[in-house]
Design a binder for this molecule. Structure first.
Ligand code: HEC
Length: 114
């Protein structure tokens, strides 16, 4: 990761803490671009769509939904989505690539989808 990118990301994080959750969601969307070779927002690719994920967990209390998604993104997930388990695909852990703060932003964005 280049220094410029680190500065940019730190800048975005500061801005997000200062401003509204709308900014959090926007940053989450940008961060989730790197997930698009498996996940689309609406269509099924190599994984459930982000919209389907949001729908599945929206029923749960917000804190619980956030925790589940946070852990799945950070440490990966396997077997929760039967269709994808049958295809032998699973969710690779993202912790080498994203900070906890960034993962939280992605979760905000996913749960904002409907
Ligand atoms: C190699 C393909 C692949 C990539 C890349 C990938 N995912 Fe996934 N993801 C999957 C699959 C497959 C599942 C279903 C896992 C299961 O059955 O438990 C999944 C499930 C999920 C879930 C739901 C987990 C749950 O608890 O139900 C979330 C949230 C998610 N991915 C977010 C992301 C985000 C955010 C990124 C990018 C930072 C990403 N994924 C990148 C394949 C991928």
């Amino acid at each position: 990761m280049g220094v410029l990118r680190i500065i940019l990301i730190s800048g975005m994080l500061i801005i997000n803490t200062v401003y509204s959750s709308e900014n959090l969601i926007k940053t989450g969307k940008q961060l989730a671009r790197s997930c698009t070779w498996c996940h689309d927002t609406k269509r099924e690719l190599l994984a459930p769509s982000f919209r389907d994920i949001a729908l599945r967990y929206k029923e749960l209390p917000e804190g619980e939904a956030k925790e589940i998604l946070f852990n799945s993104i950070k440490d990966g997930s396997k077997g929760k989505w039967e269709k994808w388990e049958k295809k032998g695909v699973y969710m690779p852990p993202q912790k080498p690539y994203f900070s906890d703060e960034q993962i939280k932003q992605i979760v905000e964005w996913i749960l904002s989808l409907d």
